[in-house]
Design a protein around this ligand. Structure first.
Ligand SMILES: *[C@@H]1O[C@H](CO)[C@@H](O)[C@H](O)[C@H]1NC(C)=O
Length: 236
């Protein structure tokens, strides 16, 4: 019986929140614009902040904003609810969902959330068992990362840039398309999002020999409310 030989070389992963993915932008242009007037006044200043003050004009944020009045609001919210205990009518819903498709959307969201003191939940694959990425006891909005899922693999340098919304299955598949001898140690469930998995450490079936996902993260692009990007360049 032929055996497949899997050699794990020390491939590293770059983990980032923000690289532009043209395909994502094409996809998003099909989504509906929000009805801004539908948001109640308490959230209007936050919305205006998002739309007017911080957006990169070449990547308008409006098509990424979903108020509860938007016809797609429920399906966007439900599509990454992995714990069906929280897929009920009585579960508190976000007052807004932002499906960021460009780094400027993430930046606007974080700056405005801090400025207007709004509680933000960030969701990539939605696999947290407690629903903490999309459920809260206080009023909150959701920064949904599923549109930011680009994966760029460089076999020469044995590195990959992965956006937060990419799933583990997509990462494994992308690596397999480029190489039969490379792998990345992470979890076993293919629909888990890279953002939550890696930031939580990332254990999986290669763990005994190669450690956690986070042991193989060598760089990150982080967006915060103070500066445009934090370009880290650390060696794991
Ligand atoms: C979540 O609930 C909605 C109805 O409220 C239903 O249409 C949808 O299928 C549910 N999601 C799953 C994954 O069961």
């Amino acid at each position: 019986m032929p055996k497949m030989r899997i050699i794990y070389t020390h491939n590293k992963i770059h983990y980032y929140l923000s690289l532009l993915n043209p395909f994502v932008l094409v996809l998003l242009s099909l989504l509906c614009s929000p009805s801004l007037s539908a948001a109640n006044s308490a959230h209007n200043t936050f919305l205006h902040c998002l739309v007017n003050h911080y957006s990169d004009l070449s990547h308008p944020i409006t098509s990424s904003i979903f108020t509860p009045n938007n016809a797609l609001f429920s399906s966007v919210l439900q599509s990454y609810i992995r714990n069906l205990r929280f897929n009920t009518t009585t579960t508190r819903k976000p007052f807004l969902i932002i499906t960021a498709s460009h780094v400027s959307h993430v930046q606007s969201t974080i700056v405005c959330a801090q400025k207007h003191n709004k509680l933000m939940k960030i969701r990539s694959g939605g696999h947290d068992y407690e629903g903490v990425s999309y459920v809260a006891e206080e009023p909150f909005f959701l920064l949904d990362m599923f549109n930011l899922r680009a994966i760029e693999i460089d076999i020469e340098t044995e590195t990959a840039w992965v956006q937060a919304g990419a799933t583990l299955g997509e990462i494994y598949h992308s690596i397999a398309q480029k190489s039969k001898i490379h792998a990345f140690p992470a979890g076993t469930c293919p629909t888990v999002g890279a953002g939550g998995h890696i930031s939580g450490g990332g254990y999986g079936s290669l763990m005994r020999k190669y450690g956690l996902s986070i042991d193989h993260v060598i760089d990150a692009q982080i967006v915060d409310a103070q500066v445009k990007f934090l370009e880290s360049n650390f060696i794991a």
